[in-house]
Design a protein around this ligand. Structure first.
Ligand SMILES: *[C@@H]1O[C@H](CO)[C@@H](O)[C@H](O)[C@H]1NC(C)=O
Ligand SMILES: *[C@@H]1O[C@H](CO)[C@@H](O)[C@H](O)[C@H]1NC(C)=O
Ligand SMILES: *[C@@H]1O[C@H](CO)[C@@H](O)[C@H](O)[C@H]1NC(C)=O
Ligand SMILES: *[C@@H]1O[C@H](CO)[C@@H](O)[C@H](O)[C@H]1NC(C)=O
Ligand SMILES: *[C@@H]1O[C@H](CO)[C@@H](O)[C@H](O)[C@H]1NC(C)=O
Ligand SMILES: *[C@@H]1O[C@H](CO)[C@@H](O)[C@H](O)[C@H]1NC(C)=O
Ligand SMILES: *[C@@H]1O[C@H](CO)[C@@H](O)[C@H](O)[C@H]1NC(C)=O
Ligand SMILES: *[C@@H]1O[C@H](CO)[C@@H](O)[C@H](O)[C@H]1NC(C)=O
Length: 506
């Protein structure tokens, strides 16, 4: 017992020493997205943030449960207006309501909100002009509502842009020639004027990974990282990585409209680990272990020497994100879906061989998997259809071309799909059936680097209802609905069953 006490004292001192001498890169933040089939409890995530010394988070909405978990932590929070809300916020009264509900309300509950993101990359080329006319009015109205609530000095609204709002002209492809994209330049200019007047920063998301994985195939591999030997010359300046070049293209574009001194925050930057041939742990590690020491040095870029504030993207893998941009979309986390670190990373940028602290007390579902039933007569078409059905409802991106399970044989890929569906369906019996094509196993079918994951237990935020734990999952496939008993739980049925259980137990 005393030994235990001594040990815990020692641990406490170690933690203290760590906090005193191992602070993260100055101002380092992370993006906390929540598009997961099974979410970690927000309290667990907040503990993870604390354990890793992360003092700033950027959210993509103003989720009640997430913000609740951030109360009284001191962690700086950027809440967000979503793109679909922009239009309605062009009305002043709606903006006032929004600020009351999503900012004032939480500031009173001691959530350290310091900024409001107005949309997310609203001028992205892919969105056409959808948000072109609503972004500035929404920004103005939200800031005005913040000012009226006497929060305007502390809380600034800004717009996180994608790096595609600026460019170098084709005839002068160097950072110093940066300009805003002609089709949005008028609107961006007005927004920049407003931000400047209000002492708010410009926010931009920069993705060297996308330059490599999506842009023209001629992109020089080494240029995406910080330790390569590829360089471009821009007058007297030499660029040896695309992040510096991209950031400076933004600075040059701002300078061109008279705001070269504006503070430019990087709203998202990171490197995914699966779902693409350029996405794996070793490349992600190379990227992070290059950028973090650079940030720690506060060297900045040629056009912007000094400190640069960044938010890493992202905190956790999100297995329910849209894969429109690519299968890598669900693998951006510093931590995996269960909050566990993927590889060595030192957020202090001091290049120490350190590991992030994973989420604690994570509850996984039982050690059960779903695979292709070896006894089933192989009906290839039905197997294919079932796999498609499963992947439509669960995450199969690791089994895509270039992913960690992309090299599996067809049957194993189908098993991967079955298992993914089984796990997000709370391992319900009905979800591992597919007309007899699927079967449960209790031996891990993982193959090499291809992991057949077990999902964490689903998090249930609403514990106020006494019956909330009592639910069936009617998640069967339409392919076999005739051959399978449905467990459909009407509320009254739950009540009856509950009564029966009470009767049996007592
Ligand atoms: C909120 O964040 C700011 C900026 O990091 C910090 O100075 C301040 O102490 C925090 N507030 C609270 C109540 O922790
Ligand atoms: C934005 O406003 C301009 C000028 O009022 C108008 O010409 C344009 O059609 C509008 N665009 C959209 C997408 O609403
Ligand atoms: C640059 O590095 C690559 C490997 O990263 C190597 O193949 C190449 O020879 C190097 N080029 C020069 C000029 O050093
Ligand atoms: C911009 O910053 C530079 C260096 O800090 C300074 O010399 C210059 O006066 C600033 N310009 C404006 C317009 O503030
Ligand atoms: C990561 O991806 C790169 C590029 O596709 C590849 O060369 C490398 O072997 C991969 N590393 C691992 C550990 O899979
Ligand atoms: C970091 O530590 C791990 C194991 O803890 C080891 O495998 C690896 O070689 C170390 N890397 C360096 C650069 O020291
Ligand atoms: C099933 O899918 C595999 C892999 O995509 C394909 O090779 C095969 O032709 C498909 N079979 C049928 C019957 O659709
Ligand atoms: C899994 O369980 C959670 C919590 O009980 C429930 O909200 C969710 O709908 C279930 N999912 C499926 C696919 O059955």
């Amino acid at each position: 017992m005393t030994r235990l006490l001594k040990m815990s004292k020692l641990l406490f001192i170690c933690a203290l020493v760590y906090n005193l001498f191992g602070p993260n890169v100055e101002g380092l933040g992370v993006n906390w997205g929540t598009k997961c089939h099974h979410q970690l409890p927000p309290d667990t995530v907040v503990q993870m943030l604390k354990d890793n010394g992360i003092k700033k988070v950027k959210l993509f909405d103003a989720d009640e449960i997430v913000l609740g978990a951030l109360a009284d932590t001191g962690i700086e929070v950027m809440v967000a207006v979503t793109n679909v809300e922009l239009d309605q916020l062009t009305k002043k009264s709606n903006a006032e309501k929004w600020v009351k509900k999503n900012v004032v309300n939480y500031v009173e509950k001691k959530v350290n909100i310091t900024s409001v993101a107005i949309g997310n990359e609203p001028f992205l080329k892919d969105y056409k002009d959808m948000f072109l006319n609503s972004t500035l009015p929404a920004l103005e109205n939200i800031q005005k509502a913040l000012d009226d609530a006497k929060l305007g000095d502390k809380i600034k609204a800004s717009v996180p842009f994608n790096g595609d709002v600026y460019m170098s002209p084709p005839w002068k492809p160097v950072p110093s020639a940066g300009i805003f994209r002609p089709d949005v330049s008028d609107q961006v200019e007005d927004i920049v004027e407003f931000l400047h007047k209000n002492n708010a920063p410009f926010i931009v998301n920069i993705y060297p990974f996308l330059s490599l994985a999506i842009a023209d195939s001629g992109f020089p591999f080494d240029y995406a990282f910080f330790d390569g030997n590829y360089t471009i010359q821009d007058g007297d300046v030499e660029y040896d990585n695309v992040f510096d070049a991209n950031y400076d293209t933004c600075v040059a574009a701002l300078r061109q409209i008279g705001h070269g001194n504006m503070s430019v925050i990087v709203g998202e930057i990171g490197w995914p680990t699966d779902g693409n041939k350029w996405a794996n742990n070793s490349l992600s590690s190379r990227f992070y272990n290059g950028i973090l020491p650079r940030l720690a040095e506060n060297k900045g870029t040629p056009l912007h020497p000094g400190h640069i504030e960044v938010y890493l993207f992202g905190l956790l893998d999100e297995d329910a994100k849209s894969v429109l941009p690519g299968c890598f979309e669900r693998h951006w986390g510093l931590f995996d879906y269960a909050g566990q670190p993927k590889f060595h990373m030192d957020l202090s940028g001091k290049d120490k061989n350190k590991t992030l602290v994973g989420a604690k007390d994570v509850e996984y579902q039982p050690k059960k998997w779903c695979v292709v039933n070896p006894d089933a007569t192989s009906d290839e078409q039905k197997l294919n259809e079932s796999a498609l059905y499963a992947c439509d409802r669960a995450d199969c991106t690791a089994a895509s071309h270039g992913g960690s399970c992309g090299g599996l044989h067809d049957t194993d890929k189908i098993a991967y799909a079955f298992n993914a569906f089984f796990q997000v369906s709370n391992q319900s019996k009905a979800s591992c059936y597919f007309g007899g094509l699927a079967t449960e196993v209790d031996k891990d079918p993982s193959k090499g680097s291809c992991k057949f994951n077990i999902q964490i237990k689903p998090y249930e935020p609403d514990s106020t209802s006494p019956f909330s734990w009592f639910s069936f999952s009617p998640s069967e496939s339409p392919l076999d609905s005739s051959s399978m008993p449905r467990l459909v739980a009407a509320p009254w049925m739950a009540l009856v069953l509950f009564a029966v259980i009470l009767f049996v137990v007592f």
